[in-house]
Design a protein around this ligand. Structure first.
Ligand code: SF4
Length: 343
């Protein structure tokens, strides 16, 4: 019988586990402490549970951590971890150090079904959802475990296409019985799946990032097929009905494609549609991927695009490219070759 993993269970789920194996109710909290607050990796090390209780637990459950099978380090300090998931699939996780911060960019799915034109993960197609445990494991099982300051859900996959597991992972990361991290240190990035975004805003105080990439409907549709189901104007209308500012922030991601979405007309239209939203825009350099006609904008264009938006009162920054030499930069994560090899 395949054993279930304890790592990735919420306190309520651990209460059910305790009842199932005949442990007292308070053992759920003890298990949560061992899983999320201490540096152990096996049920045998949960020494405040009775020996009999641990044996009963081991009949059905395993601790449930997964080690990375490969680590690559960039010349700029960024690291990329490769984790196996169930059914011989793989996901990638990036760790980006910056002064005293260590940001981990986690994946939420194996591949992705959203088909954005500029993205390697999108080209890989969809191979499965990650469980909450597999998402949190990307923070727990890296060398920087214990030093992580920020978490961004910007790796492989669309988080709101795997909403339940993503929300559960945020619960584990932020609840007192879990990692007790401030939601202010967590950002979830979406291409704008409105129902998922709504539920996320209702249940979590983590920050939201929305990928725009064009303010014009037809052009955005070419870059991001999701525009047909959830037009950007509807996404922005939803965002306008929530309060953003000091506690929870919303930012917009904008990849700059040379000669396509980097003109002054784009900047002006962006400023117009974002009018009234307290936000920030992150401009991202495009890293060319194989078989694409898309190009990067040049530095001068990037700078003047940024200046124009700032002059319109929208706080705009250019995101530093990190980990490009190890394909850990934005839009470059893919485990397609590995998936094929293992199947
Ligand atoms: Fe999926 Fe995000 Fe890539 Fe689009 S950009 S294909 S949503 S991983």
């Amino acid at each position: 019988m395949e054993k279930e993993r304890l790592f990735g269970k919420t306190l309520d789920e651990l209460k059910a586990v305790a009842a199932q194996v005949g442990l007292p109710k308070f053992a759920a909290k003890q298990m949560a402490d061992w899983l999320y607050k201490k540096d152990i990796r096996s049920i045998d090390e949960m020494t405040n549970l009775s020996v009999k209780g641990r044996e009963a637990l081991k009949e059905y459950y395993e601790f449930g951590l997964t080690e990375p099978t490969k680590v690559q380090a960039s010349i700029d300090g960024t690291k990329k971890y490769l984790f196996p998931t169930d059914h011989a699939k793989f996901i990638e996780t990036a760790m980006i150090p910056d002064d005293d911060r260590k940001t981990v960019c986690v994946s939420s799915q194996v591949g992705c079904k959203m088909g954005c034109l500029f993205c390697m993960t999108g080209k890989q197609g969809f191979q499965g959802h990650l469980t909450a445990g597999e998402i949190v494991n990307q923070i727990r099982s890296i060398e920087e475990n214990g030093e992580v300051s920020n978490i961004v859900y910007m790796g492989m996959g669309e988080p709101f296409d795997n909403l339940d597991n993503v929300l559960k992972s945020i619960e584990i990361l932020t609840d007192d019985w879990g990692y007790a991290m401030s939601p202010k240190r967590i950002t979830v990035s979406t291409i704008g799946i409105i129902p998922g975004m709504k539920k996320f805003l209702e249940t979590s105080n983590a920050h939201l990032a929305v990928s725009l990439h064009s303010p014009f409907d037809e052009e955005r549709k070419q870059l991001m097929p999701i525009q047909t189901a959830y037009p950007v104007q509807k996404v922005l209308d939803e965002i306008k009905s929530w309060e953003f500012g000091r506690q929870r922030r919303v930012s917009f991601e904008y990849i700059m494609f040379g000669g396509l979405n980097d003109t002054p007309a784009h900047a002006k239209e962006l400023a117009r549609i974002l009018n009234g939203i307290k936000c920030r825009i992150n401009l991202i350099r495009f890293h060319p991927i194989p078989d694409t006609p898309l190009k990067s904008s040049n530095e001068e264009t990037l700078q003047s695009f940024k200046d124009l938006l700032n002059s319109k009162g929208i706080l705009t920054t250019i995101r530093a490219s990190r980990g490009q030499d190890i394909y850990a930069a934005c839009g470059l994560l893919s485990t397609k070759a590995l998936v094929k090899k293992e199947e």
